[in-house]
Design a protein around this ligand. Structure first.
Ligand SMILES: C[S@@+](CC[C@H](N)C(=O)[O-])C[C@H]1O[C@@H](n2cnc3c(N)ncnc32)[C@H](O)[C@@H]1O
Length: 286
């Protein structure tokens, strides 16, 4: 295989376009830059250079996988979240930009408090737990996931960001690994896609991201029911609940928090204006 960077980009763009990719030129360039370990600007300045045959082979293997629907982040193994780079594998959900609002809200609500203990339920790659630990250097975070494979990725991410000593990862079913413990806040981005909506998701999500990270039961609300009903497993109810919610789930999740004794509830919208975060506190708290 011998071709210039410019020719390789043209061939890859064509291949991605034929596969129905929404931004074939951009993705072809981003993949080649990541594959060669250079910037996109460098590619355009060196269009007549010929990469090694092995480099082109690696690149076109990625292009073929992307054309087959595999998410970009699983190919490169990296995803940026809260300006931090996280390792991602098919064992974990790829952290989404809208989830940054969960972290930003947690940090805004909790900043300045001492001896904080925060529980992240359904930690996946650890993106939420680790970002909070980085941004709240006085805090201790406990992060639970039912998937040992996800926790393996999360543990590597904690080491990558230097917070191994303040983020404890535990395998298990929601509150089970932390029964009887005390926390100041719970954050969670649980699986919340309803059984019917799962089949309508984009192929790169439906066929590649872990079902365990997506499926929230028949109406998508199973985890919120458990997250609120099983609070009694802790030593005491935390002063703050912060949940990411799916499209049109905010009212139902707010009602579940209210029924669990959290009478002071706010909803926060994401950049698309969709209610995305439920922030719940007991009555009488500001
Ligand atoms: C939507 S993903 C969120 C991942 C990560 N917190 C994020 O925001 O990118 C939900 C996570 O919950 C985990 N999970 C599913 N069922 C669980 C359970 N019963 N107990 C604990 N974690 C669970 C999945 O393995 C998955 O990692």
């Amino acid at each position: 295989m011998s071709s210039t960077i410019k020719e390789a980009l043209q061939r890859a763009s064509f291949c991605l376009q034929r596969a129905g990719c929404g931004n074939p030129v951009g993705e072809a360039a981003a993949l080649l830059a990541a594959s060669l370990g250079v910037t996109r600007a460098w590619l355009y300045a060196h269009g007549e250079e010929k990469p090694e045959a092995a480099e082109l082979q690696h690149y076109f293997a990625w292009v073929a996988r992307r054309a087959d629907g595999e998410p970009y982040a699983y190919l490169t193994g990296e995803k940026e979240f809260m300006s931090l780079s996280f390792l991602v594998t098919p064992a974990v959900l790829i952290p989404r930009p809208e989830t940054e609002l969960l972290v930003e809200t947690a940090v805004r609500e909790l900043k300045g408090r001492e001896n904080l203990r925060i529980l992240d339920l359904g930690t996946g790659s650890g993106a939420v737990a680790i970002s909070i630990a980085v941004l709240l250097p006085e805090s201790e975070v406990v992060a639970v996931d039912i998937s040992p494979a996800a926790l393996h990725v999360a543990t590597q991410n904690a080491a990558r960001h230097g917070v191994t000593n303040r983020v404890r990862f535990l395998a298990g079913d929601l509150y089970a690994p932390v029964c009887g413990e005390r926390f100041d806040a719970i954050v969670s981005n649980p699986p919340y896609i309803s059984s019917t909506d799962i089949e309508t998701l984009e192929r790169d999500v439906k066929d590649f991201e872990p079902r365990l990270a997506l499926s929230g039961g028949p109406d998508g609300l199973n985890f919120y029911r458990r997250l609120t009903a099983e609070l009694a497993l802790l030593a005491a109810p935390p002063a703050l609940l912060l949940f990411e919610v799916g499209y049109r789930q905010s009212e139902a999740v707010a009602a579940l928090c209210y029924a669990a004794g959290y009478k002071n509830i706010s909803q926060l919208n994401d950049l698309a204006g969709i209610p995305r975060i439920i922030l719940a506190k007991p009555a009488g708290t500001a």
